[in-house]
Ligand binder design. Structure first.
Ligand code: G3P
Length: 214
């Protein structure tokens, strides 16, 4: 299971890099907007911090516009992955980029049929959005399970990048159903370390050590 951090905040990425467990970064236009900086600035800086796949999303909604942006973004760094929305134009652009050997992340996926389209277009990653499905009363995890089954049934190598992860339980369930990658906000990754029994156990060990060595 690969861990990506889902943020446009460079400070968070720097701190996460120190953990030694982050394999890549995903961004989207909303996350970049929150950073208050331009996409090019943020993505280039992230590429200097994390040596792994860095997703940067196109803004155009037509195929030609998407391709124009994608070829420009791809020049920024070898690790850049072009993020495309799961629309007709996005899938068509994905097919073209795949043929050109450019890595892609097809985003805003909410059904296994959509994930199948992305795989057929040669997407490197498919991003199903768990939390946003849960938000409207659907079962986000079931979608990951279905995509895993479809990809395994037909031998597609597109990686399942579980996105819109809101809490540690989402991650735990993703590992059980076989998502390849989980992209998580900084706070969710940070929370993975926490367990009350770890904290309690450690303070007992330290107290016992101090008593024995006083
Ligand atoms: O980057 C895409 C995705 O992870 C967004 O998550 O929390 O805005 O639904 P969220």
């Amino acid at each position: 299971m690969e861990f990506f951090i889902d943020t446009g905040m460079v400070d968070e990425i720097k701190k996460a890099a120190e953990w030694g467990i982050v394999d890549g970064v995903t961004t989207n236009p909303s996350l970049i907007a929150k950073s208050g900086r331009t996409q090019v600035e943020v993505i280039k800086e992230i590429c200097e911090i994390i040596d792994g796949p860095i997703s940067a999303e196109v803004i155009a909604t037509d195929k030609d516009g998407m391709l124009k942006e994608a070829y420009e973004i791809a020049k920024w760094h070898d690790n850049v992955v072009i993020k495309l929305p799961l629309t007709e134009a996005g899938i068509a652009a994905c097919a073209t980029l795949s043929k050109d050997g450019i890595k892609t992340n097809v985003t805003l996926c909410f059904s296994s049929n959509q994930a199948l389209l992305a795989a057929k277009a040669g997407a490197t990653y498919i991003s199903p959005f768990l939390g946003r499905l849960d938000d409207i009363g659907h079962n986000g995890m079931q979608l990951i399970e279905e995509i895993r089954m479809v990809y395994d049934n037909y031998g597609f190598t597109t990686k399942i990048l579980a996105a819109s992860i809101r809490h540690a339980l989402h991650l735990r369930d993703c590992t059980l159903v076989g998502a390849d990658v989980a992209t998580m906000p900084y706070k969710v990754i940070e929370a993975l370390y926490k367990h009350p029994l770890t904290e309690k156990g450690l303070s007992t060990f330290l107290a016992d050590h101090a008593k024995a060595n006083s």
